[in-house]
Write a protein that binds this ligand. Structure first.
Ligand SMILES: Nc1nc2c(ncn2[C@@H]2O[C@H](COP(=O)(O)OP(=O)(O)OP(=O)(O)O)[C@@H](O)[C@H]2O)c(=O)[nH]1
Ligand SMILES: [Mg+2]
Length: 196
């Protein structure tokens, strides 16, 4: 496994699309429901405990947090969707920002969808999945928090998802807590970042 993701550094937190870095090079977005562990997965990947903020309070990531893996190679930690306690006004604002991001970002090369393995894909996750498929955007689904299930049960969840009729996207089991599944995740990112 390469160490290249350990070099990742924080670039900028954008509240609006206009604040994002120039839309050049290659970008990979991490999306998913609130509290599924997007920030924790990024920290595990980069082996930095506090690069992306982690919180026990769902809905913590309110900004598009941009990280640079290498010049021209970025990771974006997106705010989680589906957290009911976020006021409607903010939720609809974020819906628009996220939609704008996905519709306009030319450098977006792939989407990492973080899912709580215990809960599986929820309707908004399904929408993201369908959206990726309609665009031919590569999708990698990370079933996180696998430490909460037995190994067999975790493998079963993965298989059930992969064998759904019309399934789109690669799938893996992951635990940000135990740092398991990192090799598969880095292999997929290496593909998108065109690492030789
Ligand atoms: N057991 C377990 N807990 C995890 C794992 N990954 C994240 N968590 C916990 O889940 C909670 C949410 O993690 P975050 O990384 O903040 O989740 P997030 O998806 O970035 O959340 P938002 O930014 O609020 O959408 C924290 O309490 C984490 O410690 C994991 O693999 N296993
Ligand atoms: Mg977060």
């Amino acid at each position: 496994m390469t160490d290249r993701y350990a070099q990742t550094r924080f670039l900028i937190s954008a509240a609006e699309l206009l604040q994002l870095p120039a839309d050049t090079g290659t970008e990979v977005a991490f999306a998913g429901r609130s509290n599924t562990g997007k920030s924790s997965v990024i920290n595990a990947l980069t082996r930095q405990n506090a690069l992306a903020r982690v919180s026990k309070t769902p809905g913590r990531t309110r900004l598009l947090n941009c990280f640079e893996v290498m010049p021209g190679q970025r990771i974006i930690d997106l705010p989680g969707y589906g957290y009911a306690k976020v006021p409607e006004r903010i939720r609809s604002h974020w819906g628009e920002v996220l939609e704008g991001y996905f519709q306009t970002r030319d450098s977006l090369r792939g989407l990492i969808l973080i899912v709580d393995i215990r809960h599986g894909l929820k309707p908004t996750d399904r929408q993201m999945q369908a959206w990726c498929e309609s665009r031919d955007l590569p999708l990698h689904i990370v079933l996180n928090k696998a430490d909460k299930l037995s190994r067999g049960a975790a493998a079963g969840r993965k298989q059930a998802l992969e064998t759904e009729p019309g399934h789109y996207g690669s799938v893996q089991v992951f635990s940000a807590l135990k740092k398991t599944g990192l090799e598969q995740l880095t292999a997929r990112l290496d593909e998108w970042f065109d690492v030789k």
